[in-house]
Design a protein around this ligand. Sequence first.
Ligand code: HEC
Length: 187
Amino acid sequence: MDHKRSWMLGLGILVFGLAQSVDAADLKKVIEMPDASKILEKDRLAPPKRYTMPKGCITDDPLAIARGEYIFHNLNGKKAKAKPPRGLAKFVVANGRKKPKQYGNCVACHNIEGAKGGGNIGPDLHNYRQNFVDSGVRSHQYVYQQIADPRVHDKNTHMTVNLTTGLFTPREICDIASYVVSDKSKK
Ligand code: HEC
């Protein structure tokens, strides 16, 4: 390649490069770039929150335990087949629209008494009362916090956050916790 040709080639590359950077700048002007950070902010989880278990939360009331059991083993009110126990809806009205009530689907990750296709992402919760509560390894407060917001116990948890996200009310967390720690040995 003689001098003149390589000089021309160099100039060509330079012009091409300039044209490209102009293009990139122009694109920002022409195409509306939404500020995605605002949109994503809305979906971001609130920081981990520590809760104090409400008074009388965990109970031996069979109806509370039945509601907890129903939430544990079902995904939502549309998929759930059996009739829910008293005090638990299958559908809720939000913004004037009826939609299936979201349940816990805890069984997707945990095995437990009577589970159909229990998952193994989380620990097996069989005999939870005998193994962990009666033995003093886990307090009721611990179980309540774990279900409400497990990130307080492990910031990298793979478990769902149920109270901080507003998925459940404190009463419903109590129902679920009552089921987890209930005596299932006679079932
Ligand atoms: C996506 C998977 C997943 C789902 C869904 C899930 N968990 Fe968990 N769970 C875990 C994992 C993983 C752990 C182990 C500890 C941790 O990572 O927080 C755990 C731990 C627990 C523990 C503590 C066990 C102990 O004493 O250390 C309890 C109790 C529990 N889960 C109950 C529930 C209940 C009730 C639900 C439904 C509302 C539920 N989990 C839904 C994954 C899950």
